[in-house]
Write a protein that binds this ligand. Sequence first.
Ligand code: NAP
Length: 509
Amino acid sequence: MNKSEPTTIVIFGASGDLTRRKLIPALFEVSLEGLLAKGTRIVGFARREKSHEQFRVEIEEALVEFARSKPNAGSDELKVFSSSCYYQTGNYDNGKSFHDLKELLERLDKENGVSPDKGNRLFYLATPPNVFSGIVGMLGQTGHIVDPNSDDRWTRVIIEKPFGRDLETACTLNKSLSAILDERQIYRIDHYLGKETVQNIMAFRFGNSIFEPLWDRRYVSHVHITVAEAVCVEGRGSYYDNSGALRDMVQNHMLQLLALVAMEPPASFAPNAVRDEKVKLLSAIPPIGAGDINECSIRGQYAAGTIDGKLVPDYLRENGVQPNSVTETFVALKLHVDNWRWAGIPFYLRTGKALAERLTEVNIEFRQPPLALFSHMQNGKSGGRGRMKPNMLSLRVQPNEGIRLSIGMKVPGQKMVLEPQDMEFCYEDVFDVESAGAYERLILDAILGDTTLFIRQDEVEAAWKLVNGVLCGWASEEVPHIHLYRAGTWGPYAADEFIKNDIRNSKAL
Ligand SMILES: NC(=O)c1ccc[n+]([C@@H]2O[C@H](COP(=O)([O-])OP(=O)(O)OC[C@H]3O[C@@H](n4cnc5c(N)ncnc54)[C@H](OP(=O)(O)O)[C@@H]3O)[C@@H](O)[C@H]2O)c1
């Protein structure tokens, strides 16, 4: 990082939950580690009236509660950090507010000894998505955006998800952003990509030679991608009810995971080389249409149950949820990638709220050996010469981040009997450093101008094309096909059956 270039980071929506829980703590950690250039300033912008001092007090409180390094209230490190934070009250549709912001930023530049034509700006849009275009429009109108080709200074804009609520709104948003900004200035954030273990998928695949030759239709039988949440809608009922699991999880995090697991090796680790491969992969997935919606998707909604001993109400009784809502809190999909590497191999995606455990995992199941030579153990007893559990490679993103390979091993004794055993690598045991949070990594990347882990416009649109097919398929059902599941379980029984039967049938072919 060029530390001689201080940056002013402006957070729109600075009185919100994301700012308090994630953004400010992330900025605090990178600042503690000395990774922010001296003179970097943080400016919060929101509609609520607040003084700089009040904002600083709130920041210190948020850091005591949420920062990874657990600072003590009133400590010097908190004071030093909060003294670099400022607040600007304003409205997102009011030119004067943006002129006032500009004045404040120029004043801060001056105090920092930065000449008026040199100040770098990172704008973070942490507001509800309906104001994203308006903010960028105002930034453009009031002269906050500099020429993307300038060598003297830069402007970058981080945009939070959701990037639209369907293909049409995503295209409209992209169009309004690109009217003001060059794509090189737009940083669409998906915090999953900032997780060490998600990045490790690329390291594992392309930094090693052992598995890549097996990574195709000849050796892989199918792939499962699971993102299970043990929380319910947690006070965000009205937001979630307008979104659902497909938009909230599949369109972004899960399709990103799928792209990283299945894409071709990029020619380099340059941002566009990686993103080109992800787009190619997403574009090779035929969208599910109305004709195959029931063969390729299952949607569910949680009913009352218990998670960790706590009672969870029916989804329909959550605050902000419509009493007759058909929003899915669970979805299972079967996708195919129609390319040379993956033709015919099913990818099963499963995600939901109020499930038994918090778990994000990619499981790659390999084909069985062509001949069953050995007996195997099943539940401690000899299961005879049938099929043993196939080899499975699991890439665990959370919790207990790591990699597990299940292989058949000989059970000690006179007979040749095999049993599946795991070879396991656990991040925590091997690396004696706590991983930086995803937001820490991504905000720093944006300051450094590295877009590799941010989503490009064509990626967003390719993902929406897939999700749109499912949304249209569901909308075409006369009676919505929603499977209820008890909170605290692994989702609807129908989803397990659908996947099990599908695997059985594809093996029989
Ligand atoms: N929270 C998370 O963990 C999380 C995770 C991933 C993505 N996101 C995304 O990040 C963004 C911010 O999330 P958040 O949870 O912090 O949102 P939030 O708390 O609902 O809103 C952030 C701030 O925006 C302002 N605001 C609210 N409604 C507004 C409106 N209609 N017009 C203009 N300003 C409005 C409010 O500040 P003032 O009233 O003071 O202006 C509010 O404090 C959203 O796009 C969300 O989807 C959040």
